[in-house]
Design a protein around this ligand. Structure first.
Ligand code: C2E
Ligand code: MG
Ligand code: MG
Length: 732
């Protein structure tokens, strides 16, 4: 970057033209003065005289003549110094000065031009021609004045518009630009950008590349373009937003040689637009989106949900007895309360765990909350949950909102309590248009108010009841985990060739005080959806390993204990840590622990699956693929998985001996497993016939009601003792 002389910003004004232009004639030769005066006055000029340079400067200052005729050699001060002096006076810079000199040497001529002379005449002067010469000089001065005024007006207009123009020569990449261009680009006064790369360097990092690419594209295509970008301001403290417009210029052979364009500082305009937007779309008191923005968001959400067959919910909130706060504490207190309420609403909705957290769900911690909290006015708010899996998700948020809102507020010196009532509508069950969904959420809110405030109500009774039922089951399950109402039962597995016990599988049960024993198929999915599977899974690992070690300590032969693991555990929790804890806690030999995983989760992210399996294997534990055949596993992947066992799902075993297809599948799975050096276990063996067929196919192990139903721990212990004795008897 280079510096050019700095000039104060000043507006050139057109000079007022005199009726008879005034000429100052400076000469120490009185004869010349008189000759010239006659000719000039006759030609319509008024003439002033000065006898030396010093007098000339004084005369210029007091009379501001339109033109100066200056002799070169004079006493007191010569013409050269006089010109220098005049050029420094106000208005003196542009006044035409005609130097008359007897000297013909080039040095003097050069010096005269250096001092700023406009033109010169050599002596002897032709006094007939002099007035013409003066006239031409005055005329060109007027043209130059007009040009300067126009340039100055343009500068001024550019300054007012914060708009600069520029030209980029593609041949040598040089750039020229107007003064305002520099100011818009945040340059110092006098600093200029003189090539394209320097210009790009001024643009902030995030925008530079797009300007470069766009410009190159425009050059290639010979197309105009425009783009917005940011540059640091003069002090480098903030950025200014700039809009650039450009057009290509081509030579006669159609080759693009130049780009010309403008840049304009649009920071204020952009800010004003944002302000207008904010006023139109945000609530002034709380800063939350207002009804207009909610409607837009709602339309967008609806479109998306229709396309993806998704679900979303609208929560219509009304503060209970808010009017009393306004009436007793005043509107300022009311506004302060509304602000705090909105802060809490946003907090709840942004909370990462507000919607169920199965692995299929979006992880709300990782994305900006897709949900909207809006204030409709007064004490009415709407929460749009734009992605839910089921109605309970909305119920869960409603519960949390109600709880959060009901915590007391400090408003000035006062402590205030309010509650809220919430109506919920769910797409698509409660409506398929934004209007209907809003109306139904509102209706639901009124029903909720009627049935006692501080609660929530779904528009549809059926959804409401379902949500409540699942909800209460969820909290009961939570209690069950905390209060150890969960137990494990055990089911043995036997080797098919000698009938000896190869291991036992731990299966969870929920001993519910009202429903009795609840099977895992009924509550594991719920535990997975709510994340309760994580503490539950940890408990199972600890309890199963503890039990096996207790049996060994009680004298039983060590056998493998298999524990089922949910996909959510596998994907989300640090399973290795959980396994290590269980092993350390129980003291069980890790080789006696087997983890059963269902195939679907392994193939969801094969690389992650392989990594986690390797970590498990490194601990020395066994890994089995459970329910094999029900997922979508690819046999090629199976080869890559570091597992020890396959458990053929009982749906294939069930019809062995009945369905030829199943026979073929089971036989193929067994052959394949053996080729891959995997042990095969058949699940759900209920009949002797199934057992024999499996035996015939060389299946390694069997598990099922034929051998034993799952049993309580003490029953299992007795069974194991008897089984060992049986085998021992057989052997002896
Ligand atoms: P699974 O791992 O395939 O367990 C075998 C299931 O088949 C058990 O059902 C068992 O009772 C049942 N079963 C065993 N033999 C036979 C038979 O001959 N015929 C028939 N019809 N069924 C038989 P259960 O205990 O209801 O468990 C169901 C599923 O729940 C398990 O399938 C497993 O996926 C899951 N599960 C059980 N316990 C846990 C646990 O602690 N954690 C996790 N994450 N999942 C578990
Ligand atoms: Mg299993
Ligand atoms: Mg199974």
């Amino acid at each position: 970057m280079s510096l050019v002389s700095s000039q104060a910003l000043q507006m050139e004004m057109p000079s007022v033209q005199r009726e008879r232009p005034v000429v100052l004639h400076v000469d120490d030769d009185i004869g010349s003065l008189l000759m010239a005066e006659g000719a000039l006055e006759e030609a319509g000029f008024d003439v002033l005289h000065a006898a030396d340079g010093k007098e000339a400067i004084d005369m210029y200052r007091s009379h501001e003549p339109d033109l100066v005729i200056m002799d070169a050699v004079m006493p007191v001060m010569d013409g050269f110094d006089a010109i220098k002096g005049i050029r420094k006076l106000p208005g003196g810079l542009h006044v035409p000065i005609l130097m008359i000199t007897g000297l013909e040497d080039l040095d003097s001529i050069t010096r005269a031009y250096d001092e700023g002379v406009t033109d010169f005449l050599t002596k002897p002067v032709n006094f007939y021609i002099l007035p013409y010469r003066v006239q031409y000089l005055l005329r060109s001065k007027l043209t130059a004045d007009a040009l300067r005024v126009s340039q100055s007006k343009l500068d001024n207009a550019q300054r007012i518009a914060r708009l600069g123009n520029w030209e980029w020569c593609l041949g040598n990449q040089s750039m020229s630009s107007s003064r305002e261009f520099g100011r818009v680009m945040g340059l110092l006064e006098g600093q200029v950008v003189d090539n394209w790369d320097e210009f790009l360097d001024r643009i902030v990092d995030g925008d530079r590349q797009s300007v470069r690419v766009m410009a190159e594209h425009a050059v290639d295509e010979k197309q105009p373009f425009n783009i917005e970008f940011c540059v640091p301001d003069l002090h480098g403290e903030s950025t200014r937003r700039i809009r650039l417009e450009a057009e290509p210029y081509c030579n006669e052979s159609g080759e693009c040689t130049h780009m010309m364009g403008t840049i304009q500082d649009i920071t204020e305009r952009t800010n004003a637009q944002k302000q207008i937007h904010d006023l139109a779309y945000f609530d002034l008191v709380t800063g939350l989106p207002n009804r207009a923005q909610l409607n837009e968001q709602l339309r967008y959400t609806l479109k998306l949900a229709k396309r993806n067959q998704g679900k979303f919910a609208l929560l219509f909130l009304d503060l209970d007895h808010f009017k009393q706060v306004n009436d007793t504490l005043g509107h300022d207190a009311g506004d302060a309360l509304l602000k705090q309420v909105s802060g809490r609403l946003v907090g709840v909705v942004r909370g990462g765990d507000m919607v169920s957290t199965t692995s299929e769900n979006i992880d709300f911690d990782e994305i900006e909350s897709p949900h909207t909290v809006a204030r409709l006015g007064g004490d009415e708010f709407v929460v749009l949950l734009s992605q839910i899996n089921r109605a309970e998700d909305a119920a869960r948020v409603a519960e949390r909102i109600a709880k959060s809102i009901s915590t007391p507020y400090d408003i000035g010196e006062q402590r205030v309590s309010v509650t809220t009532t919430i109506g919920i509508s769910v797409f698509p069950a409660d409506g398929v248009t934004t209007e209907v969904l809003m109306k139904n959420a509102d209706i639901a809110m009124y029903h909720a108010k009627e049935s006692g405030r501080n609660g929530y109500q779904f528009y549809s009774r059926q959804i409401h009841e379902q949500a409540l039922a699942r909800f209460s089951m969820e909290s009961e399950l939570k209690n069950a985990i905390e209060n150890e109402q969960l137990t494990l039962v055990y089911q043995p597995k036997v080797n098919l060739d000698d009938g000896s016990v190869s291991g036992v599988e731990a299966l969870i049960r929920w001993d519910h005080e009202i429903y009795g024993t609840v099977n895992p198929t009924e509550f594991i999915p719920l535990a997975e959806e709510t994340g309760l599977i994580l503490p539950l899974g940890r408990w199972v690992l600890c309890e199963a390993t503890r039990q096996m070690q207790a049996w060994i300590d009680g004298g039983l032969e060590p056998i493998i204990i298999a524990v089922n693991c949910s996909s959510v555990q596998f994907m989300r929790s640090d399973m290795i840590t959980d396994i290590n804890t269980a092993i350390a806690y129980s003291g069980l030999d890790p080789h006696l622990l087997e983890i059963e995983l269902t195939e679907s989760l392994l193939f969801k992210d094969i690389e992650l699956g392989i990594r986690s399996l390797r970590d498990m294997k490194a601990l020395g534990i066994q890994v089995a693929i459970d329910d094999f055949g029900t997922g979508f596993s690819s046999l090629t992947y199976l080869k890559r998985l570091p597992v020890d066992k396959l458990k053929i799902d009982r749906s294939f075993v069930k019809d062995l001996g009945v369905d030829a297809g199943d026979v073929a599948i089971v036989s193929a799975i067994i052959t394949l497993s053996h080729n891959l050096n995997l042990t095969v276990v058949a699940e759900g063996v209920e009949t002797r016939q199934q057992y024999d067929i499996l035996h015939g196919f060389d299946c390694n192990e069997a598990q099922g009601f034929l051998i034993s139903h799952p049993m309580q721990a003490d029953e299992m212990q007795q069974w194991l003792i008897r089984a060992t004795n049986r085998v021992e008897r057989k052997v002896s």
